[in-house]
Write a protein that binds this ligand. Structure first.
Ligand code: XMP
Length: 531
C-alpha cells in the first residue's frame, strides 16, 4: 500500500511563531497530511520528507537581525510550491532579491486587505471573484485579516508581482511570476482572519496539487498497515483508562492486530459511576477486544488512607497504577510492545517534538517510565493526530459518540475531586452526585456547551433541615468551565433554574449530602480541578 504521508506531505518550517500549530491544524482540516519541523531542518531531511509544498511560519525576528533564523536554500531548490507567512514572506523576499523594512508602526490586530484585480489571484476561494455588492469606493470588497508584524516587504523581488495590499498600503501578498512562491503578510491560520482556511485550502489543494487524502478512513488504513508492519506477530499491551486517546488507540490496534492486543484496565476505585462496566461493555463485549480488568480498589484506597496532600495523593495513585499494570503485564508471555495514546500536541509541545529526534512520552501519562523499566518498545499510533482527528478516527472505528465526546477526566480520577483524605464512602457519594449532574447536563443540552464539568466532594458538614428534622451532612460543589486549551478557563454561566434542579436532585437522591454550591472561580486565579 502506498504511504500517503510520503505521497502528499506539506512541510511546515517553524520560525518560532505562536501560531505554527494552527497552521498545521488548518492544513489537516483541508485533509492533507503535514508535519511541523524546526527551521533548522537539514537539506537532507527536507528532501527525505519529499513534501508537496512548504509553508514558512511567522516569527518574531527581523530578517536583518544578526543571527536571525534563515531560509535553507534547499527549500527553494526543491522546486515545490512555497507559502511564506509574515516572517516567512520576508525570508522569501530577501532570498529572491527584494527588500524588507521596519514599519513605522507595528501592525497588530485586524486589518483590511484588497486584492488587486489586475494581478494574478493565487487564492481564488479566499479572494473571491468580485460581484456588484462587493465594491466599495469602486474597489472589490476587502478581506478581513489578522496582522501581527513589525517589518514588511518594502520592495518585492523583480520576479514577483504584488497581488494584495492592506488599507495602510502595506504589501500584503506577493507571488513569483511562475506562481510557485507566494508570500503573505497576514495570518490566514488564526480565527480572526475571515475564511482564512480557504486560503490554506487553495494553497495545499490547488497550488501544491494535494488530493485531500488525509481522511479518517485513510488514516485508519495507513496506521493499520504501519502497525502490522512494525509489530509482526508480537504481543502488545495497552493501559485502557476510559479516556478518548487510549480508547481510540485500543480500537485502532484491535482492528490492526486483533488478539495480539491485550488491554489492561485498572479499576482503582476512583472512577465515575458505572465507568468500569461501560469500558468493559464497549471494548470487551461490543468490540471483542481482550481486556483484563484488574479490581484494585482495595489496594489504592488502603494506600491513600490518611493522606491529605494533593501531590502526595497523585504520586501514590500514579505509582500504584504502574505497580499493578506491571504485575499484570508480567503474567503475559511474549509482550514486546507497550501502546500509548500519545497525540500530536503532546509531541509538538515537548522538547523532543521541537528537535524532531527524541521519542516523547506524555508527561502526565499514567504509564510514563514503564517502557524503559520493562524493556518494551513504544507503539503510538495516534502520534501524528490532533485531538479532533483522534475523535473522528474513533467515530469511524465505531466507538460510541458519547465516549468520544466526553469531557477530559484526570488520571488520578476522583482522587483529586475528594478534597483531603480519600475514603470509599466519600467516593460513593461523589459518584452518585456527579452522575446526577452529568445526566442533567446532557438532558438540558448544556454538556457540550461546557468543556469540562464535574462535581467535587467537600469533607465538611453543614447544617440543614429536611422534613421536620435537622440534618448535618456533607457538601458537594459543582464546577463547569469553558476553555480552549485548559490553560485558562472561564466559569460557565449555568442557568439558575438548571442549577436549582441539579441541587434539588442531589440533595434528595444522595443520602449524606445536604448542601450544593456552584463554583464561579475562573482560571486564573483558580485551577479547573480543586486539587
Ligand atoms: P487544572 O486543575 O490544572 O487542570 O486547571 C487542567 C486540566 O488538566 C486536568 N488535570 C489532570 N489530568 N492528571 C491528569 O491526567 C492530573 O493529575 C491532572 N490534574 C489536572 C484537569 O482535569 C483539566 O482538564
Amino acid at each position: 500500500m502506498a504511504d500517503l504521508t510520503q505521497d502528499e506531505t506539506i512541510l511546515i518550517l517553524d520560525y518560532g511563531s505562536q501560531y505554527t500549530q494552527l497552521i498545521a491544524r488548518r492544513v489537516r482540516e483541508a485533509q492533507v497530511y503535514c508535519e511541523i519541523h524546526p527551521h533548522t531542518l537539514s537539506a537532507e531531511a527536507i528532501r527525505r520528507l519529499n513534501p508537496r509544498g512548504i509553508i514558512l511560519s511567522g516569527g518574531h525576528h527581523s530578517v536583518y537581525d544578526p543571527g536571525a533564523p534563515d531560509l535553507n536554500p534547499a527549500v527553494l531548490a526543491l522546486g515545490v510550491s512555497v507559502l511564506g507567512i509574515c516572517y516567512g514572506m520576508h525570508l522569501l523576499a530577501r532570498h529572491c532579491g527584494g527588500e524588507v523594512a521596519p514599519s513605522a508602526t507595528r501592525e497588530y490586530g485586524p486589518a483590511t486587505l484588497w486584492h488587486d484585480e489586475q494581478q494574478p489571484n493565487p487564492f481564488p476561494h479566499f479572494f473571491k471573484p468580485t460581484h456588484i455588492t462587493g465594491f466599495k469606493e469602486g474597489r472589490p470588497w476587502p478581506n478581513k485579516v489578522w496582522m501581527s508584524h513589525g517589518d514588511h516587504v518594502s520592495q518585492v523581488p523583480n520576479s514577483f508581482q504584488v497581488f494584495a495590499k492592506s488599507d495602510n498600503n502595506i504589501i500584503a501578498g506577493m507571488v513569483s511570476k511562475d506562481g510557485r512562491l507566494v508570500g503573505i503578510q497576514f495570518h490566514p491560520e488564526v480565527d480572526h482572519t475571515e475564511e482564512g482556511e480557504l486560503l490554506i485550502q487553495d494553497f495545499v489543494l490547488a497550488r501544491c496539487g494535494c488530493h485531500g487524502l488525509w481522511t479518517p478512513q485513510g488514516v485508519i488504513e495507513r496506521e493499520i498497515a504501519l502497525v502490522r508492519q512494525k509489530v509482526g506477530q508480537d504481543a502488545v499491551i495497552l493501559g485502557l483508562s476510559g479516556g478518548v486517546d487510549s480508547a481510540v488507540t485500543a480500537a485502532l490496534l484491535h482492528r490492526a492486530i486483533g488478539p495480539q492486543l491485550t488491554c489492561i484496565f485498572v479499576d482503582n476505585g476512583l472512577l465515575r459511576l458505572h465507568e468500569g462496566d461501560e469500558v468493559m461493555a464497549t471494548f470487551a463485549q461490543h468490540l471483542g477486544v481482550r481486556v483484563i480488568r484488574v479490581a484494585a480498589e482495595e489496594l489504592f484506597l488502603s494506600r491513600l488512607q490518611g493522606v491529605v496532600d494533593p501531590e502526595q495523593k497523585r504520586k501514590i495513585i500514579g505509582h500504584t497504577f504502574i505497580e499493578v499494570f506491571e504485575a499484570e503485564a508480567k503474567k503475559m508471555d511474549g509482550v514486546r510492545w507497550l501502546a500509548q495514546g500519545t497525540i500530536y500536541p503532546d509531541v509538538i509541545e515537548s522538547a523532543g517534538g521541537k528537535t524532531g529526534t527524541a521519542t516523547t512520552i506524555k508527561s502526565h501519562h499514567n504509564v510514563g517510565g514503564l517502557p524503559a523499566k520493562m524493556g518494551l518498545a513504544l507503539l503510538e499510533p495516534l502520534r501524528e493526530l490532533f485531538k479532533d482527528e483522534v475523535r473522528q478516527v474513533g467515530l469511524a472505528l465505531g466507538l460510541p459518540a458519547r465516549m468520544i465526546h466526553r469531557h477530559p477526566f484526570p488520571g488520578p480520577g476522583l482522587g483529586v475531586r475528594i478534597l483531603g483524605e480519600v475514603r470509599r464512602e466519600f467516593a460513593d457519594l461523589l459518584r452518585q452526585a456527579d452522575a446526577i449532574y452529568m445526566e442533567e447536563l446532557h438532558r438540558s443540552g448544556h454538556y457540550h456547551k461546557t468543556d469540562q464539568a464535574f462535581a467535587v466532594f467537600l469533607p465538611v458538614k453543614s447544617v440543614g433541615v429536611m422534613g421536620d428534622g435537622r440534618s448535618y451532612e456533607y457538601v458537594i460543589a459543582l464546577r463547569a468551565v469553558e476553555t480552549k486549551d485548559y490553560m485558562t478557563a472561564a466559569y460557565y454561566p449555568m442557568p439558575h433554574e438548571l442549577l436549582a434542579r441539579i441541587a434539588g436532585r442531589i440533595i434528595n437522591e444522595v443520602k449524606g449530602i445536604n448542601r450544593v454550591t456552584y463554583d464561579i472561580t475562573s482560571k486564573p486565579p483558580g485551577t479547573i480541578e480543586w486539587e
